[in-house]
Design a protein around this ligand. Structure first.
Ligand code: GLA
Length: 389
């Protein structure tokens, strides 16, 4: 599947610029097993890079500007690299302007280059196509001009580019896009950025994504608001419990004891966060022990919390999870990523995948008149240079 994309991108480059690219970069999207809305709350998350990617082709052009072509959008832009980038109306270009901005404010020196890219990561499905875009673009410029930026700094600068565009996101997406390893999930400590790889062995279960095929427009504002509510909650907790520095130090009973000090929303968000941090640790142990039923149970609890306490679900996602949670062959199901649309992540007993897919697609269509999209994802490597073998 990715070979087709790579050929398409490199031949497009050849046609547009009349020569072969110097560097070809592959940058993946991500899934997250558990630990949602936890990265910016200093907890642990359990994501992985996937085999859906953006392919970039690059070549230096000996000038001071860059021409960047997005094959999928049938669109392009040119940017003068001697100037500080500004936000523009076309959203897709801003992620790339954001990367150039980061490079400039961090004092990196580079010249003009041409770039073509194309993707098979669905957009707006919660698979972090924007992180793949930022990190792959940055990785390519780093390779082209030997800037010696470390992988972790590529992730951090990618995250800052996303902030520049307007979403105050955590580090999970960019970290997994850059640091992913085939068949491994990454347990990331989002406070210290320490990480461990764990075997992604789901035993008798298949990992399947169901894409609600809806994107709700309130994503950015609601996302940023959740982050603020959590900060407010933490300030209240810290005022009462001096030993608490972040949500990870806090117990459920401490949050419960402060219910009257918090607004209802702030209480619900804080309660979810403390529980979710502990679920990630339990889930990672369950995965290591091959206890996939327990892992699935924890995923269902996460969905319940995201829906009723963190309030980032929507009717479509709740329907997808609620329909599957009574199916014997489904052990885990929950919304994945920021929410308000996008995908659910599911653990389905092997041998029952097709029957569940058919049933859910039909019921979903009957309920909402929307086609369900389905992805059988594999866990793949992080952002890397493509070399023909
Ligand atoms: C988005 C953000 C991430 C993370 C998730 C929710 O994907 O980019 O940083 O907060 O939402 O877990």
């Amino acid at each position: 599947m990715n070979d087709v994309l790579i050929n398409k991108t490199t031949s497009y480059f050849q046609n547009a610029f009349g020569s072969s690219p110097e560097k070809v970069v592959l940058s993946p999207g991500r899934i997250n097993i558990i630990g949602e809305h936890i990265d910016y709350n200093d907890g642990y998350v359990l994501p992985a890079a996937i085999d859906k990617i953006i392919c970039f082709a690059f070549k230096k052009n000996n000038s001071n500007s860059s021409r960047i072509i997005a094959i999928d959008f049938d669109d392009e832009f040119e940017i003068d690299l001697t100037e500080i980038p500004q936000l523009e109306e076309k959203v897709w270009t801003n992620y790339l302007r954001g990367v150039i901005n980061q490079l400039k404010i961090n004092g990196f020196e580079f010249k003009g280059f041409d770039c073509v890219f194309s993707s098979n990561i669905p957009i707006g499905s919660g698979l972090s196509s924007s992180a793949a875009l930022e990190c792959g673009f940055l990785f390519g410029i780093n390779e082209l001009f030997n800037l010696n930026i470390k992988p972790i700094d590529i992730a951090l600068m990618g995250q800052k580019s996303e902030h520049w565009v307007g979403i105050n996101c955590g580090i999970m997406d960019q970290f997994s896009s850059v640091m992913g390893v085939e068949n491994k999930v990454i347990k990331i400590d989002c406070k210290t950025l320490e990480y461990e790889y764990h075997e992604a062995d789901f035993s008798d279960y298949s990992l399947i994504l169901f894409d609600s095929n809806v994107t709700h427009s309130l994503f950015t504002s609601a996302y940023n608001k959740r982050r603020e509510e959590c900060e407010t909650g933490l300030t209240i907790i810290k005022n009462h419990f001096a030993e608490v520095n972040s949500y990870r130090d806090c117990t459920v009973s401490q949050v419960l004891s402060l219910k009257n000090e918090m607004s209802e929303d702030v209480f619900k968000r804080s309660h979810f966060v403390v529980n979710e941090i502990s679920r990630v640790t339990q889930a990672c142990e369950a995965l290591d022990n091959g206890n996939i039923k327990l892992l699935g149970q924890l995923m269902l609890e996460t969905h319940e919390g995201l829906s009723s306490e963190y309030e980032v679900s929507c009717a479509e996602l709740d329907f997808l999870v609620n329909t599957l949670k009574t199916e014997k062959a489904v052990v885990g199901s929950r919304l994945m990523g920021g929410g308000f649309g996008g995908c659910t992540i599911n653990l389905i007993q092997k041998g029952h995948e097709e029957e569940i897919k058919d049933k859910l697609s039909q019921l979903y269509f009957e309920e909402f008149g929307i086609e369900l999209k389905i992805y059988d994802v594999k866990i793949g490597n992080g952002t890397s240079l493509y070399t023909k073998n």
